[in-house]
Structure formats: structure tokens, C-alpha cells
Ligand binder design. Structure first.
Ligand SMILES: Nc1ncnc2c1ncn2[C@@H]1O[C@H](COP(=O)(O)OP(=O)(O)OP(=O)(O)O)[C@@H](O)[C@H]1O
Length: 228
């Protein structure tokens, strides 16, 4: 695969449900995303956006086809291998934030940094939490944080290791206009700093406009693809 391609999917399908009544969630997705690109995925609810992102991020296995991310083919990896491939290289912000309930905001951001081998994990985590406006909430546990605050912790956690690839599923879904603008600025700043590839699912046309490329999904397929 060419070095300038960060994400490649070939004939990716996802079929869920029962064997008697399978539902085709994704239908023959072919996609190349250039390194350093910012890509928005738009499309109606249920069109398969989150499913596609989960497969590209290595969180879910496709029913068919191949996925290669940062030169690593997912076909050769089991779950542990996928987790190792993600660590420090892929940042993910999902709709459910998956913060660890027994850890404070600071620990939620610092621990993955430590796992990725950072020596100054806690200092960096503090910096990231300040950047998302949560300097005053660092020692709060997830249950003590609002939905928007939890979302910002999840974003700080995803960008802290400066991953080469960032996946974000509705990253501003729970945030008000002003906070959302600041968080989007931060995502693009981090992308720029690390020359990272950014893939964002959004319903927000303004956010989509900030991306160099816009994909539109409908009924499990990519039906339009504009930009680079
Ligand atoms: N485990 C499952 N079994 C059967 N169908 C599923 C399963 N998980 C998801 N689906 C279906 O797959 C389709 C695509 O879901 P997906 O979450 O990828 O859509 P989406 O475009 O991200 O939607 P939204 O914008 O609402 O988040 C939906 O119709 C959903 O009901």
C-alpha cells in the first residue's frame, strides 16, 4: 500500500442480525483516505456511519473485505493485536465516552498515555484537560461530570498521545455552540500538530465544511465523495 494512504478499505461488508434474517449494515465499501486528510462522514441515522468507523478503528470486525490502517492489515490481528496496533497511534472518540468510572478525569487521560510509554503522562494529561476547559474538574470522577464534560475528557484522552489517526463519532453531540466551536478548533489544531488523519462523523454541516473531504453514506453505502 502506498505510504501516503492512511486508511484503506476494500469491499468491506457488515452483516448483523440472525443467520435466518441477516441485515446488511455495510455493503461493499471501498475507501482510500490520504495521510493527513480531514474527512467528514455525513448521512442519515442508521446509514452505517458508526459501523464503518468502528471497523476502520479496529473496534469491530467486518463480515467481509479487508482493512489496512497505517500499513497494518487488520486481517492478521486478533483482539490483543488490534489493541496493540491502536495504542498511541489511533485516537478514538465515540458517542458513548467509555471513560473508566473508577478513575478521575486526570487518570482517564493519563493512564493511556502511560500505557503508550509517555514519561510525563500526568503533566501532559493536565495540559490536555486545561485545553478542553476542564482544568477545574481534573479530580472529578465521570459520574460527577456532565455529559459535555465527559465528552471533553474523552476528547482530551484521544488526542493526548498525538495519534497519527483520529476517529471521532459526533464529537460535539453533547456540547453547546460555544464549547463545540472550541473543541472543534482543538481537534483540528491537534490534527495539524501531528499531521494526523482525521475522520469525523457529524450531522453538523458547519463542521463538515471544515473538513477537506466529505463522504455521504446512505443505506450502508458511500453515495457521494467530494474533496480530497
Ligand atoms: N447488533 C446489531 N444487530 C442488528 N442491527 C444493528 C446492530 N447494530 C447496529 N445495527 C443497525 O445498523 C444500522 C447502522 O447503524 P450505525 O450506528 O452504523 O448508523 P449511523 O449512521 O451511525 O447512525 P446514527 O447517526 O443514528 O448514529 C442501523 O440500522 C442499526 O439499527
Amino acid at each position: 500500500m502506498a505510504a501516503d494512504i492512511a486508511i484503506r478499505a476494500r469491499d468491506v461488508t457488515l452483516s448483523l442480525g440472525t443467520r435466518e434474517a441477516p441485515t446488511e449494515i455495510l455493503k461493499s465499501i471501498d475507501l482510500d483516505i490520504a495521510r493527513g486528510a480531514s474527512v467528514a462522514i455525513l448521512g442519515p441515522s442508521g446509514s452505517g456511519k458508526s459501523s464503518l468507523m468502528a471497523i476502520l478503528a479496529g473496534l469491530e470486525q467486518a463480515s467481509g473485505g479487508t482493512v489496512t490502517v497505517a500499513g497494518v492489515s487488520y486481517a492478521d490481528l486478533d483482539e490483543d493485536g488490534l489493541a496493540r496496533a491502536r495504542r498511541g497511534r489511533i485516537g478514538i472518540v465515540l458517542q458513548a465516552f467509555h471513560l473508566l468510572p473508577t478513575m478521575t478525569a486526570l487518570e482517564n487521560v493519563a493512564v493511556p498515555l502511560e500505557l503508550a510509554g509517555a514519561a510525563d503522562a500526568f503533566a501532559r494529561a493536565e495540559t490536555e484537560l486545561h485545553a478542553v476547559g476542564l482544568g477545574h474538574r481534573m479530580n472529578h470522577y465521570p459520574v460527577q461530570l456532565s455529559g459535555g464534560e465527559q465528552q471533553r475528557v474523552a476528547i482530551a484522552r484521544a488526542v493526548a498521545p498525538r495519534p497519527g489517526i483520529l476517529f471521532a463519532d459526533e464529537p460535539t453531540g453533547n456540547l453547546d455552540g460555544a464549547t463545540s466551536g472550541a473543541i472543534v478548533d482543538l481537534l483540528f489544531e491537534r490534527q495539524h500538530d501531528a499531521a494526523a488523519t482525521l475522520l469525523i462523523i457529524t450531522h453538523d454541516p458547519k463542521l463538515a465544511q471544515r473538513c477537506g473531504r466529505v463522504l455521504e453514506m446512505r443505506d450502508g453505502r458511500i453515495v457521494s465523495d467530494t474533496g480530497t
